[in-house]
Design a protein around this ligand. Structure first.
Ligand SMILES: [Zn+2]
Length: 183
């Protein structure tokens, strides 16, 4: 999408500033990722910079359960290419049939989450449930991979008002035109 002619440059400068801040903010995790990736290089891994994902990607990492792990602006991946298809957490948990997503899109959401939360990312991520469909960070990453937006985990479509909205049930206390949340 092209920006406006006037605001475009300002927008671009702002985005660049935010991105730079985000990268600095996530640096502790990035360093950890670079360290792990560098060890991986000695065991056959391959490193590349993926600008679109704002990440150094280490492919063919020879350990781990298979899949990808994002640490700041680093993605450690056991496979050959991050552009592979994978299933969403909801699909794997049997919450419904969902089309496959691209792994790179899912991991890019985590990169953005790291850049937003910086050092507190991991504690907050773990407090939200770790590697699980229960974790809103993972659901947000899947949502982002599906739609191109929604990488920030709050609020999410299943939250509060929307979760209680059962189309088959008329709640007399909630009759009326308001769809806003009450808490
Ligand atoms: Zn994930």
């Amino acid at each position: 999408m092209a920006g406006h002619a006037g605001g475009g440059r300002l927008n671009q400068a702002l985005r660049f500033a935010l991105r730079t801040l985000g990268i600095a903010w996530a640096a502790p995790y990035t360093l950890l990722g670079l360290l792990a990736g560098t060890v991986g290089l000695a065991f056959g891994a391959k490193a590349l910079w993926r600008r679109h994902d704002m990440a150094v990607v280490f492919q063919r990492i020879p350990w781990g359960p298979g899949g990808a792990l994002t640490l700041g602006n680093v993605i450690l991946h056991t496979g050959d290419s991050l552009d592979c298809a994978c299933m969403t957490y909801a699909h794997n948990a049997g919450h419904g049939d969902e089309p496959a997503i691209i792994l790179a899109d899912h991991e890019r959401a985590h990169v953005l989450q790291y850049m937003a939360l910086g050092p507190v990312f991991l504690p907050v991520y773990l407090a939200c449930g770790g590697v699980s469909v229960r974790n809103r960070f993972e659901r947000a990453a899947d949502r982002y991979a599906q739609t191109g937006r929604g990488w920030w985990p709050w609020p999410e479509p299943g939250d509060a008002a929307t979760r209680n909205a059962d189309p088959n049930k008329v709640d007399p206390d909630k009759s009326g035109p308001t769809n806003g949340r009450s808490s």
